[in-house]
Design a binder for this molecule. Structure first.
Ligand code: SF4
Length: 325
């Protein structure tokens, strides 16, 4: 069976909608079988071993199978900004990023499009792509879909958002997220031992990301304890404190009462640093505390990232087909 046949009765993610996406059906992720991309950027906001000199070659995929209520990329994850690219165009986009000096190819939230992306990456490799490929994911991954990526992905960047079924239900309507994400992260760690280049770039391995939710530090404590117990020494941790409230950007009816409406404060930040020390977590990164909306992209703009955080190389609105070079 071709990987594209997987779109026929789609169970690519744990939502397992069963939509026939080859016939135009759409499941929870909101996407049919077309691979749609919002933009490709040289992004300087990733962790140091991923950013390199010119930035990580981030490719933002339209649609999402998790759709967190606090998603900063809601324009593409929820509202579908983007345009369709063929497998050849996707491969050409990877080559374009490589030619512009990208440190890697960083596929953002591509789970629901894994067959098309795997096919496009194989084409790109055959055509000369030699950069590490990163799979930047919510962590809500089925093991069978991960197996499609074995040969084309070098580094996994999974979120581990929460290990609480209640929070997972409130914030993404997926009470099974904790068990599924924990198993997926374990499988990624087993498949990709850490490896760095001579100049310190991460060329294989797993970097687990956790976004701290203001007022919900109990979630973070649980995730840190999990990491210390199951992943320490075999993966990197990235503790993110960039949570940004999104006033006027979400329907009020979709906001759970427990959704934070503020930034991480200094007292919480100090607690986080103390916990990292207490748990002996040293392999990884944490962000500086910088309250503000500097991280919020606007994918309707030709340069979606504010403050020089990224440089757009291709944009769904302003650029057309990508020619194979
Ligand atoms: S990838 Fe989309 S259609 Fe397929 S199971 Fe997940 S949410 Fe449903």
């Amino acid at each position: 069976m071709s990987n594209y046949e997987l779109y026929k009765h789609c169970v690519l993610c744990p939502r397992a909608c069963g939509a026939n996406r080859l016939e135009g059906g759409r499941g929870f992720c909101g996407e049919d079988a077309a691979l749609r991309i919002a933009c490709a950027c040289l992004h300087c906001g990733e962790e140091p071993p991923l950013t390199g000199k010119a930035g990580s070659g981030t490719v933002f995929v339209s649609g999402c199978s998790l759709r967190c209520v606090f998603c900063q990329n809601y324009q593409i994850s929820r509202y579908g900004m983007g345009r369709a690219l063929s497998g050849e165009e996707f491969a050409a986009l990877c080559h374009l990023l490589q030619n512009k000096g990208a440190a890697n190819i960083n596929i953002v939230t591509g789970t629901h499009a894994a067959p098309a992306i795997a096919g496009g990456l194989a084409l790109a490799r055959a055509g000369g792509l030699c950069l590490p490929v990163l799979w930047n994911t919510s962590g809500y991954e089925s093991l069978s879909t991960l197996s499609l990526l074995d040969d084309v992905v070098d580094v996994f960047l999974p979120d581990l958002k929460t290990l609480s079924t209640g929070r997972a239900r409130d914030f993404f309507g997926a009470a099974d997220y904790p068990a599924i994400a924990a198993a997926a992260v374990q499988a990624m760690i087993d498949a990709k031992p850490l490896s760095f280049s001579q100049d310190g770039a991460l060329i294989q391995g797993v970097l687990v990301r956790h976004l701290v939710l203001p007022g919900h530090l109990d979630e973070t404590r649980t995730v840190l304890e999990w990491f210390a117990r199951y992943a320490q020494g075999r993966a990197l941790l990235s503790l993110m404190t960039q949570y940004t409230p999104l006033p006027n950007r979400q329907p009020e009816t979709e906001k759970p009462a427990s959704l934070p409406e503020r930034f991480v404060n200094e007292a919480e930040y100090e607690t986080l640093l103390r916990w990292l020390e207490e748990l002996g977590i040293e392999d990884g990164y944490y962000q500086e505390l910088e309250p503000g909306s500097a991280w919020l992209p606007d994918f309707s703009q030709a340069e979606p990232f504010p403050g020089g955080l990224g440089r757009c190389i291709w944009h769904w609105k302003t650029d057309g087909a990508v020619a194979l070079v």
